[in-house]
Design a protein around this ligand. Sequence first.
Ligand code: SF4
Length: 253
Amino acid sequence: MSGYKTVIARSVGTKQSSACEKSGLLRRFAPRNDGAGQFRNNSNDGAGQFRDRSNDGAGQFRYNSNDEAGYVHSIDSCGMVDGPGIRYLIFLSGCALRCKYCHNPDTWEIKNGQIMTVDEIISDINKYRSYIRFSGGGVTITGGDPLIQPDFLEALLARCKSEGLHTAVDTSGYGTEHIVRKILAHTDLMLLDIKSINPAIYKHITGVPIGRTLETLRISKEMGVSIWIRYVLVPGLTDKTEDMYLLVKDEKL
Ligand code: SF4
């Protein structure tokens, strides 16, 4: 169907989503590639920069927290593996990393997303509230890396919490301390994607240093936010026993 395409997301989720698809619970869309530029007046706010109000003019199209707008790559109403229960998945566009085996490279550029407001997304979530509630599910915000749109992410999470929805953020953890703290204040569960605990391998895979991710992990523990670690086992790259041992040692987790 023109204007629609499958979310290239979690490979394990694809199979599970099919049951939802059959039951009509699944809705996917790939936002249009038009319109994004109308709110952006420079070409320097791409994947490498956080769209934080304190850093740039992202707030120029914001009127109040419910009208906070951001760039959404796609939505999946029946996620089964990105947190407990059935999840309403919001894929924000934009990512500062460039992982070698990224499963969602089409989310890398913020400008490829469709602008949506918090109100629009909450209105859509309300259509699926019954099975979210009865399955013990909630809302998971992923990407790309949602930390790259911190103001929109914060507004979305805060609204979900005020609506009684369980919130999860799926992220590489690559954000400043200020951003991470304000996001985690509204987050019940963080799905932290650590490509490798070995700094050299992490940099090789992602293109960025591991420091911010480990700092995010530390802050999450300090704030008492539940954490699920996501780790992709790549033969010959991330399957070294000593690295995995380091990952699960108490000092790290
Ligand atoms: S953090 Fe995720 S979305 Fe970003 S490049 Fe890596 S795998 Fe892709």
